[in-house]
Write a protein that binds this ligand. Structure first.
Ligand SMILES: Cc1ncc(COP(=O)(O)O)c(C=O)c1O
Length: 395
Protein backbone atom coordinates (compact mmCIF):
# COMPACT_ATOMS: atom_id res chain seq x y z
CA UNK A 1 0.00 0.00 0.00
CA UNK A 2 1.26 3.54 -0.64
CA UNK A 3 2.05 6.00 2.10
CA UNK A 4 -1.11 8.05 2.58
CA UNK A 5 0.52 10.69 4.78
CA UNK A 6 1.00 14.07 3.09
CA UNK A 7 4.60 15.26 2.97
CA UNK A 8 3.78 18.39 5.00
CA UNK A 9 3.06 16.18 7.99
CA UNK A 10 6.61 14.83 7.84
CA UNK A 11 7.81 18.35 8.71
CA UNK A 12 6.19 18.16 12.13
CA UNK A 13 8.27 17.12 15.10
CA UNK A 14 6.51 14.86 17.60
CA UNK A 15 5.96 16.57 20.96
CA UNK A 16 8.97 16.03 23.23
CA UNK A 17 6.64 16.65 26.17
CA UNK A 18 4.40 13.74 25.20
CA UNK A 19 7.47 11.53 24.74
CA UNK A 20 8.53 12.10 28.35
CA UNK A 21 4.95 11.63 29.48
CA UNK A 22 4.56 8.32 27.57
CA UNK A 23 7.77 6.98 29.15
CA UNK A 24 6.67 8.08 32.60
CA UNK A 25 3.26 6.43 32.13
CA UNK A 26 4.89 3.19 30.94
CA UNK A 27 7.03 3.19 34.09
CA UNK A 28 3.90 3.77 36.17
CA UNK A 29 2.19 0.81 34.51
CA UNK A 30 5.23 -1.24 35.52
CA UNK A 31 4.57 -0.28 39.16
CA UNK A 32 6.88 2.75 39.68
CA UNK A 33 5.62 5.86 41.51
CA UNK A 34 6.43 8.75 39.19
CA UNK A 35 6.11 12.41 40.14
CA UNK A 36 4.87 14.35 37.14
CA UNK A 37 6.49 17.71 36.54
CA UNK A 38 6.24 17.49 32.75
CA UNK A 39 2.65 18.36 31.97
CA UNK A 40 1.49 21.95 31.51
CA UNK A 41 -1.92 21.81 33.00
CA UNK A 42 -3.34 23.11 36.27
CA UNK A 43 -3.99 20.44 38.88
CA UNK A 44 -7.05 22.19 40.36
CA UNK A 45 -10.63 21.32 39.57
CA UNK A 46 -12.54 23.92 37.53
CA UNK A 47 -14.23 26.31 40.01
CA UNK A 48 -17.72 25.19 40.98
CA UNK A 49 -19.53 28.33 39.73
CA UNK A 50 -18.19 27.69 36.22
CA UNK A 51 -19.24 24.05 36.21
CA UNK A 52 -22.73 25.04 37.40
CA UNK A 53 -23.10 27.42 34.46
CA UNK A 54 -22.25 24.61 32.02
CA UNK A 55 -24.69 22.20 33.66
CA UNK A 56 -27.44 24.83 33.56
CA UNK A 57 -26.71 25.49 29.90
CA UNK A 58 -26.96 21.78 29.07
CA UNK A 59 -30.16 21.41 31.07
CA UNK A 60 -31.64 24.34 29.16
CA UNK A 61 -30.88 22.56 25.89
CA UNK A 62 -27.97 24.65 24.64
CA UNK A 63 -26.58 21.72 22.69
CA UNK A 64 -26.39 23.22 19.19
CA UNK A 65 -23.92 25.14 17.04
CA UNK A 66 -23.49 28.77 17.97
CA UNK A 67 -22.50 31.58 15.61
CA UNK A 68 -19.08 30.78 14.11
CA UNK A 69 -17.71 33.85 15.87
CA UNK A 70 -19.04 32.64 19.24
CA UNK A 71 -21.98 33.69 21.40
CA UNK A 72 -22.44 37.45 21.23
CA UNK A 73 -22.69 37.57 25.03
CA UNK A 74 -19.27 35.91 25.34
CA UNK A 75 -17.69 38.19 22.72
CA UNK A 76 -19.08 41.16 24.64
CA UNK A 77 -17.82 39.77 27.95
CA UNK A 78 -14.35 39.21 26.47
CA UNK A 79 -14.26 42.70 24.95
CA UNK A 80 -15.31 44.13 28.33
CA UNK A 81 -12.56 42.19 30.12
CA UNK A 82 -9.92 43.31 27.63
CA UNK A 83 -10.98 46.94 28.01
CA UNK A 84 -11.27 46.87 31.78
CA UNK A 85 -8.34 44.66 32.77
CA UNK A 86 -5.93 45.01 29.86
CA UNK A 87 -6.61 48.56 28.65
CA UNK A 88 -7.21 47.37 25.07
CA UNK A 89 -9.67 49.34 22.96
CA UNK A 90 -11.94 46.65 21.61
CA UNK A 91 -15.57 45.71 20.93
CA UNK A 92 -17.40 42.41 20.42
CA UNK A 93 -16.76 42.59 16.65
CA UNK A 94 -13.01 42.41 17.38
CA UNK A 95 -13.39 39.06 19.14
CA UNK A 96 -13.60 35.54 17.76
CA UNK A 97 -14.13 32.60 20.13
CA UNK A 98 -12.14 29.47 19.31
CA UNK A 99 -11.74 25.91 20.51
CA UNK A 100 -8.88 26.77 22.85
CA UNK A 101 -6.13 29.25 22.14
CA UNK A 102 -4.47 26.47 20.14
CA UNK A 103 -7.16 26.71 17.49
CA UNK A 104 -6.77 30.49 17.38
CA UNK A 105 -3.05 30.02 16.60
CA UNK A 106 -3.85 27.61 13.79
CA UNK A 107 -6.58 29.83 12.31
CA UNK A 108 -4.51 32.99 12.63
CA UNK A 109 -1.35 31.59 11.08
CA UNK A 110 -3.38 30.06 8.21
CA UNK A 111 -4.90 33.51 7.75
CA UNK A 112 -1.71 35.53 7.62
CA UNK A 113 1.14 33.32 6.36
CA UNK A 114 1.85 32.62 2.70
CA UNK A 115 4.41 29.97 1.79
CA UNK A 116 7.89 31.37 2.38
CA UNK A 117 6.68 34.09 4.77
CA UNK A 118 8.62 34.50 7.99
CA UNK A 119 7.36 34.72 11.54
CA UNK A 120 9.61 35.85 14.37
CA UNK A 121 9.19 33.53 17.35
CA UNK A 122 10.85 33.37 20.74
CA UNK A 123 13.43 30.64 21.33
CA UNK A 124 12.54 28.74 23.49
CA UNK A 125 8.82 28.67 22.74
CA UNK A 126 5.62 26.63 23.03
CA UNK A 127 5.80 24.31 20.05
CA UNK A 128 2.67 25.32 18.14
CA UNK A 129 4.49 28.49 17.05
CA UNK A 130 7.07 26.30 15.30
CA UNK A 131 4.89 23.51 13.98
CA UNK A 132 1.99 25.47 12.50
CA UNK A 133 4.29 27.68 10.33
CA UNK A 134 6.13 24.50 9.23
CA UNK A 135 2.83 22.95 8.19
CA UNK A 136 2.08 26.04 6.10
CA UNK A 137 5.47 26.10 4.37
CA UNK A 138 6.33 29.31 6.21
CA UNK A 139 9.46 29.87 8.29
CA UNK A 140 9.61 30.42 12.03
CA UNK A 141 12.69 32.61 12.63
CA UNK A 142 13.82 32.34 16.25
CA UNK A 143 14.86 35.23 18.48
CA UNK A 144 16.67 34.39 21.70
CA UNK A 145 15.35 34.48 25.23
CA UNK A 146 18.34 33.86 27.46
CA UNK A 147 18.75 33.58 31.19
CA UNK A 148 21.51 36.25 31.06
CA UNK A 149 18.87 38.68 29.70
CA UNK A 150 16.28 37.61 32.30
CA UNK A 151 14.54 35.73 29.44
CA UNK A 152 13.72 39.04 27.72
CA UNK A 153 14.47 39.45 23.99
CA UNK A 154 17.51 41.23 22.61
CA UNK A 155 16.12 44.00 20.42
CA UNK A 156 19.21 44.20 18.18
CA UNK A 157 18.89 40.51 17.37
CA UNK A 158 15.22 40.95 16.49
CA UNK A 159 16.05 43.91 14.29
CA UNK A 160 18.72 41.86 12.51
CA UNK A 161 16.33 38.96 11.91
CA UNK A 162 13.74 41.07 10.12
CA UNK A 163 13.65 40.49 6.35
CA UNK A 164 11.27 41.59 3.59
CA UNK A 165 9.43 38.28 4.16
CA UNK A 166 8.79 38.93 7.87
CA UNK A 167 5.08 39.22 8.47
CA UNK A 168 4.65 39.09 12.21
CA UNK A 169 6.31 38.72 15.57
CA UNK A 170 5.07 36.38 18.27
CA UNK A 171 5.43 37.29 21.92
CA UNK A 172 4.42 35.00 24.76
CA UNK A 173 4.19 36.78 28.10
CA UNK A 174 4.23 35.23 30.68
CA UNK A 175 6.30 32.71 28.80
CA UNK A 176 6.18 28.96 28.47
CA UNK A 177 8.76 27.50 29.17
CA UNK A 178 10.91 30.27 30.72
CA UNK A 179 8.41 31.87 33.11
CA UNK A 180 9.61 35.31 31.93
CA UNK A 181 7.26 38.31 31.86
CA UNK A 182 8.07 41.16 29.47
CA UNK A 183 8.42 44.61 31.00
CA UNK A 184 6.47 47.60 29.74
CA UNK A 185 9.74 49.13 28.48
CA UNK A 186 10.59 46.03 26.46
CA UNK A 187 7.07 45.87 25.05
CA UNK A 188 7.21 49.56 24.07
CA UNK A 189 10.48 48.93 22.24
CA UNK A 190 8.99 45.87 20.51
CA UNK A 191 5.95 47.95 19.55
CA UNK A 192 8.29 50.51 17.99
CA UNK A 193 10.05 47.82 15.96
CA UNK A 194 6.71 46.35 14.82
CA UNK A 195 5.43 49.75 13.72
CA UNK A 196 8.67 50.75 11.97
CA UNK A 197 8.71 47.48 9.99
CA UNK A 198 4.95 47.20 9.48
CA UNK A 199 4.70 43.89 11.34
CA UNK A 200 1.69 42.28 12.96
CA UNK A 201 2.18 41.41 16.63
CA UNK A 202 0.75 38.14 17.95
CA UNK A 203 0.57 38.32 21.73
CA UNK A 204 -0.09 35.05 23.57
CA UNK A 205 -1.35 35.98 27.04
CA UNK A 206 -2.68 32.60 28.20
CA UNK A 207 -0.69 32.79 31.48
CA UNK A 208 -1.50 36.44 32.23
CA UNK A 209 -3.29 35.71 35.51
CA UNK A 210 -0.59 33.34 36.80
CA UNK A 211 1.96 35.92 37.96
CA UNK A 212 3.92 36.23 41.19
CA UNK A 213 5.37 38.78 43.58
CA UNK A 214 2.62 41.19 42.51
CA UNK A 215 3.78 41.35 38.86
CA UNK A 216 1.29 42.99 36.48
CA UNK A 217 1.75 41.87 32.88
CA UNK A 218 1.16 44.50 30.19
CA UNK A 219 -0.81 43.76 27.01
CA UNK A 220 1.09 45.14 24.03
CA UNK A 221 -2.24 45.97 22.32
CA UNK A 222 -2.86 48.56 25.04
CA UNK A 223 0.16 50.63 23.97
CA UNK A 224 -0.49 53.68 21.72
CA UNK A 225 -1.32 52.69 18.13
CA UNK A 226 -0.89 48.95 18.77
CA UNK A 227 -4.50 47.66 18.86
CA UNK A 228 -4.62 48.04 15.06
CA UNK A 229 -1.58 45.79 14.51
CA UNK A 230 -1.94 43.28 17.36
CA UNK A 231 -3.78 40.00 17.71
CA UNK A 232 -4.21 39.26 21.42
CA UNK A 233 -4.65 35.54 22.11
CA UNK A 234 -6.01 34.27 25.38
CA UNK A 235 -8.34 31.69 26.84
CA UNK A 236 -9.66 29.98 29.91
CA UNK A 237 -7.42 26.89 30.15
CA UNK A 238 -4.81 28.09 32.62
CA UNK A 239 -6.36 30.83 34.76
CA UNK A 240 -9.64 29.01 35.38
CA UNK A 241 -8.23 25.48 35.19
CA UNK A 242 -10.35 24.63 32.15
CA UNK A 243 -7.92 22.88 29.79
CA UNK A 244 -10.49 20.25 28.84
CA UNK A 245 -13.24 22.75 28.06
CA UNK A 246 -11.48 24.03 24.94
CA UNK A 247 -12.35 27.71 25.01
CA UNK A 248 -10.05 30.45 23.81
CA UNK A 249 -10.25 33.64 21.81
CA UNK A 250 -8.48 36.11 19.59
CA UNK A 251 -8.99 39.87 19.75
CA UNK A 252 -7.89 41.66 16.60
CA UNK A 253 -8.78 44.33 14.05
CA UNK A 254 -12.14 43.30 12.60
CA UNK A 255 -10.76 42.54 9.10
CA UNK A 256 -8.44 39.95 10.66
CA UNK A 257 -11.28 38.50 12.74
CA UNK A 258 -13.41 38.16 9.58
CA UNK A 259 -10.56 36.48 7.67
CA UNK A 260 -9.79 34.13 10.59
CA UNK A 261 -13.43 33.14 10.69
CA UNK A 262 -13.12 31.72 7.15
CA UNK A 263 -10.58 29.20 8.46
CA UNK A 264 -12.35 28.69 11.79
CA UNK A 265 -15.67 27.80 10.16
CA UNK A 266 -14.00 25.01 8.18
CA UNK A 267 -11.97 23.91 11.15
CA UNK A 268 -14.22 23.56 14.20
CA UNK A 269 -17.30 25.59 13.13
CA UNK A 270 -17.61 26.98 16.64
CA UNK A 271 -16.42 26.36 20.17
CA UNK A 272 -18.66 24.06 22.29
CA UNK A 273 -21.90 25.89 23.12
CA UNK A 274 -22.19 25.02 26.83
CA UNK A 275 -18.48 25.66 27.38
CA UNK A 276 -19.00 29.14 25.93
CA UNK A 277 -21.78 29.69 28.45
CA UNK A 278 -19.42 28.55 31.21
CA UNK A 279 -16.79 30.99 29.95
CA UNK A 280 -19.27 33.87 30.26
CA UNK A 281 -19.82 32.88 33.89
CA UNK A 282 -16.05 32.54 34.42
CA UNK A 283 -15.58 36.20 33.42
CA UNK A 284 -18.71 37.68 34.98
CA UNK A 285 -19.03 35.83 38.28
CA UNK A 286 -15.44 35.38 39.42
CA UNK A 287 -14.82 36.26 43.04
CA UNK A 288 -11.61 34.98 44.62
CA UNK A 289 -11.34 31.60 42.85
CA UNK A 290 -8.42 32.48 40.56
CA UNK A 291 -6.65 34.49 43.26
CA UNK A 292 -6.74 31.47 45.59
CA UNK A 293 -5.19 29.23 42.92
CA UNK A 294 -2.50 31.83 42.22
CA UNK A 295 -1.72 32.10 45.92
CA UNK A 296 -1.17 28.34 46.02
CA UNK A 297 1.03 28.46 42.87
CA UNK A 298 3.10 31.18 44.50
CA UNK A 299 3.66 29.01 47.60
CA UNK A 300 4.78 26.10 45.43
CA UNK A 301 6.98 28.31 43.27
CA UNK A 302 8.73 29.83 46.27
CA UNK A 303 9.30 26.42 47.80
CA UNK A 304 10.59 24.77 44.60
CA UNK A 305 12.87 27.67 43.63
CA UNK A 306 14.54 27.67 47.05
CA UNK A 307 14.97 23.88 46.94
CA UNK A 308 16.40 23.84 43.41
CA UNK A 309 18.87 26.62 44.15
CA UNK A 310 20.11 24.57 47.09
CA UNK A 311 20.89 21.52 44.91
CA UNK A 312 24.23 20.48 43.46
CA UNK A 313 24.91 21.47 39.84
CA UNK A 314 21.58 23.14 39.05
CA UNK A 315 20.04 26.60 39.49
CA UNK A 316 17.03 28.63 38.39
CA UNK A 317 15.66 32.14 38.21
CA UNK A 318 12.34 32.53 40.04
CA UNK A 319 9.73 32.55 37.25
CA UNK A 320 7.74 35.80 37.23
CA UNK A 321 4.73 34.05 35.70
CA UNK A 322 3.25 30.79 34.30
CA UNK A 323 3.70 27.58 36.31
CA UNK A 324 7.07 26.54 34.96
CA UNK A 325 10.56 26.71 36.39
CA UNK A 326 13.30 26.61 33.79
CA UNK A 327 16.13 24.81 35.57
CA UNK A 328 19.68 25.42 34.38
CA UNK A 329 21.49 22.07 34.28
CA UNK A 330 24.53 23.15 32.24
CA UNK A 331 26.93 22.47 35.12
CA UNK A 332 25.96 18.79 35.23
CA UNK A 333 28.18 18.13 32.21
CA UNK A 334 25.48 16.17 30.36
CA UNK A 335 22.84 17.27 27.86
CA UNK A 336 19.38 18.27 29.04
CA UNK A 337 17.95 15.14 27.36
CA UNK A 338 20.41 12.99 29.29
CA UNK A 339 19.60 14.86 32.50
CA UNK A 340 15.85 14.29 31.96
CA UNK A 341 16.44 10.59 31.25
CA UNK A 342 18.67 10.23 34.28
CA UNK A 343 16.19 11.91 36.63
CA UNK A 344 13.30 9.85 35.29
CA UNK A 345 15.23 6.59 35.63
CA UNK A 346 16.90 7.31 38.98
CA UNK A 347 14.61 9.72 40.80
CA UNK A 348 11.33 8.77 39.08
CA UNK A 349 10.54 12.39 38.36
CA UNK A 350 9.39 13.49 34.91
CA UNK A 351 10.78 16.79 33.56
CA UNK A 352 10.90 18.12 29.99
CA UNK A 353 14.32 18.64 28.35
CA UNK A 354 14.42 22.32 27.39
CA UNK A 355 15.85 21.52 23.96
CA UNK A 356 12.40 20.48 22.75
CA UNK A 357 11.38 24.16 22.91
CA UNK A 358 14.26 25.40 20.76
CA UNK A 359 18.04 25.77 20.65
CA UNK A 360 18.17 28.15 23.61
CA UNK A 361 16.36 25.60 25.72
CA UNK A 362 19.39 23.28 25.55
CA UNK A 363 20.92 23.02 29.01
CA UNK A 364 17.58 23.43 30.80
CA UNK A 365 14.81 21.28 32.20
CA UNK A 366 11.23 22.53 32.41
CA UNK A 367 9.51 21.75 35.66
CA UNK A 368 5.80 22.39 36.01
CA UNK A 369 4.78 23.26 39.55
CA UNK A 370 1.12 22.62 38.77
CA UNK A 371 1.35 19.76 41.25
CA UNK A 372 0.66 19.49 44.98
CA UNK A 373 3.16 20.94 47.45
CA UNK A 374 3.50 17.42 48.88
CA UNK A 375 4.54 16.01 45.49
CA UNK A 376 6.81 18.98 44.84
CA UNK A 377 8.53 18.42 48.19
CA UNK A 378 8.98 14.72 47.52
CA UNK A 379 10.12 15.34 43.92
CA UNK A 380 12.70 17.90 45.07
CA UNK A 381 13.99 15.51 47.70
CA UNK A 382 14.41 12.75 45.11
CA UNK A 383 16.06 15.16 42.69
CA UNK A 384 18.51 16.42 45.30
CA UNK A 385 19.53 12.84 46.12
CA UNK A 386 19.92 11.81 42.47
CA UNK A 387 22.02 14.90 41.69
CA UNK A 388 24.27 14.21 44.66
CA UNK A 389 24.82 10.67 43.37
CA UNK A 390 25.53 11.97 39.89
CA UNK A 391 28.15 14.38 41.26
CA UNK A 392 29.68 11.62 43.43
CA UNK A 393 29.94 9.24 40.44
CA UNK A 394 31.75 11.94 38.43
CA UNK A 395 34.43 12.40 41.08
C1 LIG B 1 1.94 29.56 25.52
C2 LIG B 1 0.71 28.71 25.38
N1 LIG B 1 -0.30 29.13 24.61
C3 LIG B 1 -1.42 28.38 24.47
C4 LIG B 1 -1.56 27.17 25.11
C5 LIG B 1 -2.80 26.34 24.89
O1 LIG B 1 -3.96 26.96 25.29
P1 LIG B 1 -5.37 26.28 25.04
O2 LIG B 1 -5.56 25.19 26.05
O3 LIG B 1 -6.34 27.40 25.25
O4 LIG B 1 -5.40 25.75 23.66
C6 LIG B 1 -0.52 26.69 25.91
C7 LIG B 1 -0.64 25.36 26.56
O5 LIG B 1 0.27 24.80 27.11
C8 LIG B 1 0.63 27.48 26.05
O6 LIG B 1 1.65 27.07 26.82
Amino acid sequence: MRNFTASRVETLTPSGIRKVNERALAMERAGERIIHFEIGRPDFDTPEYIKRAAVKSLEEGEVFYTSNFGLMELREAVAGKLKRENGITCAAENVIVTTGLSEAVFDLLCTILNEGDELLVPDPVWLNYLNVPALLGARAVPYSLTEENGFEPDLDEIQKNISPRTKAIVIVTPNNPTGGVLSREKLSALAGIAAANDLLVISDEIYERLVYDGARPVSIASLPGMAERTVTLNGFSKAYSMTGWRIGYAAAPKEIVAAMNKIHQHNTTCAPSFAQRAAIAALREERDEVALMVREYQRRRDYAVAEINGMEGVSCLPPKGSFYIFINVKKLGISCAEAANYLLAEAKIALVPGGVFGKNGEGYLRMSFANSLKNIAEGCERMKKALKELAANKK
